[in-house]
Structures are given as C-alpha cells and as structure tokens.
Design a protein around this ligand. Structure first.
Ligand code: MN
Length: 218
C-alpha cells in the first residue's frame, strides 16, 4: 500500500517536471534587488520565493487529478470562482495576482509614462494623472486587512478599485486589469513595518510600470 502511494506521487512529480500539467511560477521580470530600497531584495526573496511560490505549489497539489489539471491559470481562477471551490480559487487567484503584481512594477525610473490613449482615459476619469495616483494610493491605504488595489479598464474607461484577500477583477468578463499593488502585510512589513501608507506612496509614486499599463490598455 505504501509503495503504491509513493508510486502515484512519483507519477505526478514526473508530469510536473515535463512541464505539461502543472501551473508554473513565472520568473520575476527583474533582479530581486531591482526595486530597492522601496521593496528590498529581502522582501522579494520571501514574497516571491516563499509566498508566491507557496501558492503555486499548493495550487498544483489541489488541482492534481481534478477537472482543473492542465487548464490555463485564468480558466482555473474563473471556474473555481463560479463553482465556489474556495481553496482552489484562493491559491489560483493569488498565483495570478502575484504574477500581475511583479509585472505591474518596474525599477525606479524605468516605468515610463502612460501612453496618449491611456492618459486621455485617466484624465477623463480622474482629471489628471496625479489625481489618478492619489485615488489609487487611497484605495490601497484604505483596504482593510489583506488585499489589493487595482487600476482597471472596462470598455475604454479606467477606474480604481480594491479587493479583499485573493479576490481579483479577472473574474468579471470585460474587466482588464492595468496595474495592481499588493497590500498584504507580507508585501511591505520587512521594509516599512506597519506603515502601509509610506510603502503605498513610494510604490505608486515611483515603481509603477506605466509602459506595461499602456500596452494592456491598448
Ligand atoms: Mn503578496
């Protein structure tokens, strides 16, 4: 019996190593120290290497042998949300949200500026880019407990929202996330301790990847 159980485990492990069935931890788009001092290499080593990697590992364990195995991550997120499969949803959404977070940030000075089209949509919604950033930062600051602040687009209109825990706007058809900021304590506690406001101010003010947001908006 014990030998049989071990053999099943090895079979799944082999599948994963072939890269055909498992959800993968996507590579960071920059070095671990690239966002310092706002987000230190030490924070990223835990946040990416332990928290994000942990969601991926847990998710793969939960979906092995189920209808979710082998499906694209976005599909797993949406289907689990629709079916109320909470553990799979939480780990899949956290996997997706974190990959999107790393790709919402850029080293200081490398994030560029909104495209003309995105800037026009931002000005239509908020009046100015500075007002957009202030609204974004406010949403991040006021999210009670763990969660996320998002800049999203829907039918060409941009807006700011925040979600609790693992919740993600990709479950709503037609909503296109442009940028996200993680406000779980693990995102900032090693660098900023309890002062979420300073972390948010530094990220929104200096690390957002507006080039990426512009590509997503187009
Ligand atoms: Mn996080």
């Amino acid at each position: 019996m014990a030998a049989g159980t071990a053999a099943v485990g090895l079979a799944f492990a082999a599948k994963g190593e072939n890269g055909m069935k498992e959800i993968t931890l996507e590579a960071l788009p920059y070095a671990e120290d690239a966002l310092a001092p706002t987000i230190s290499a030490r924070t990223i080593s835990f946040h990416y290497g332990k928290h994000h990697a942990g969601y991926v590992k847990t998710l793969n364990g939960l979906i092995a042998g189920t209808q979710y195995e082998g499906r694209p991550l976005e599909d797993v997120v949406r289907t689990a949300a629709g079916r109320g499969d909470a553990a799979i949803f939480n780990n899949a959404a956290q996997t997706w949200n974190h990959t999107f977070y790393w790709n919402s940030l850029a080293p200081a000075g490398k994030g560029g500026a909104p495209s003309a089209a995105l800037l026009a949509a931002i000005e239509a919604a908020f009046g100015s880019l500075d007002a957009c950033k202030a609204t974004f930062a406010d949403a991040a600051l006021k999210r009670f407990g763990s969660g996320w602040a998002w800049l999203v687009a829907e039918n060409g209109k941009v807006s700011v929202e925040s979600t609790p825990n693992a919740e993600t706007p990709i479950v709503r058809l037609g909503v296109k996330p442009l940028l996200v900021v993680d406000v779980w304590e693990h995102a900032y506690y090693l660098d900023w301790q309890n002062v979420r406001a300073d972390y948010v101010k530094a990220v929104v003010g200096g690390l957002l990847d507006w080039n990426a947001a512009s590509r997503r908006f187009a």
